[in-house]
Design a protein around this ligand. Sequence first.
Ligand SMILES: Cc1cc2nc3c(=O)[nH]c(=O)nc-3n(C[C@H](O)[C@H](O)[C@H](O)COP(=O)(O)O)c2cc1C
Length: 334
Amino acid sequence: MQLDQPFSIGNVKLRNRALLAPMSGVSDLPFRELAWKFGAGMVVSEMVASEAFVEGEAEMHLKAQSGNLPVHMVQLIGREAHWMGHAAKMVEAGGADIIDINMGCPARKVTTGYSGSALMRDLDHALKLIDAVVVNVSVPVTLKMRLGWDQGTINAAELAKRAEDAGVQMITVHGRTRCQFYKGNADWDAIRQVSEAVSVPVVVNGDITSIDSAGRAIEASGADAVMVGRASYGAPWLPGQIAGNETPFAGTDLTLRTIIAEHYDAICQLYGKFLGVRQARKHLGWYLDKFASGPEFSALRQQILRSEEPADVLKLLGEICDLAEQNANKPIAA
Ligand SMILES: Cc1cc2nc3c(=O)[nH]c(=O)nc-3n(C[C@H](O)[C@H](O)[C@H](O)COP(=O)(O)O)c2cc1C
């Protein structure tokens, strides 16, 4: 399978087969816009709680924003069919081109509310949610799941088949059970059962960190595409790179420092100064880990990660990049 090849989710054509995973607190609009700009085949919003979205909670509406993305995929999570159906209609009206349903989140606060991966313990109920979304929208509906609740109840293929019969047009599987959370290795082989059970595209997810691991994941799972999550921390270009694009630094005058500054500005603009400065810190930390992790950087790092003033942060970022370039005697790159 060539990951640079386009494929379709229903009537929506994706330009390649390396997608950015939905990640709450990470894949917000600024991060998705960068991943898209650097060539990801598709980017997915953070999960949006259906009931809170319908009730107008500002945080959920922020998560569902499309910004300048030409293709917009929103992920919904919930436990009640009527909220899911209602939210789906609203996100479609707001411009979503694809709606994804979350049946993979392992967090206790989510599963004790019988949503996310808890739905894999009750497929009849899971199907009610899927039906409610599919019948209420005309855009393609997709589903993201784990292998099952635990090792004794692997049922991803059964859920995938039932979801396909209900009209779902793409299935993403994270190759772990809910009870594994993020422990152990993702089991790409186990996803093969899903690939064989359905004819809609299947996406393999979990522990894909490079072109090489993406190839092995495709080979093992028989999937049609890959989805990249944590490995893209501080590397929004990674899905695009896995899809065969050059890194943004090759043959352009874009530098890591301009990317970080652009990302930082976009975060502060979206959230406003107070929240933006805080939201940006984890991203800055991930970028700095790539080129400024030694002890000689620690004083500057601390100032950057504690500063409350965006202008100061940008100035300090310039200083830490200068220091890294002086030390390495070359421009910083990932
Ligand atoms: C911080 C974080 C937030 C996540 N939020 C979501 C989410 O909102 N929706 C979802 O379906 N999966 C979510 N996930 C799971 C990822 O999409 C992905 O399935 C998982 O991280 C495995 O892929 P990876 O090994 O490439 O990170 C999240 C994962 C992380 C680490």
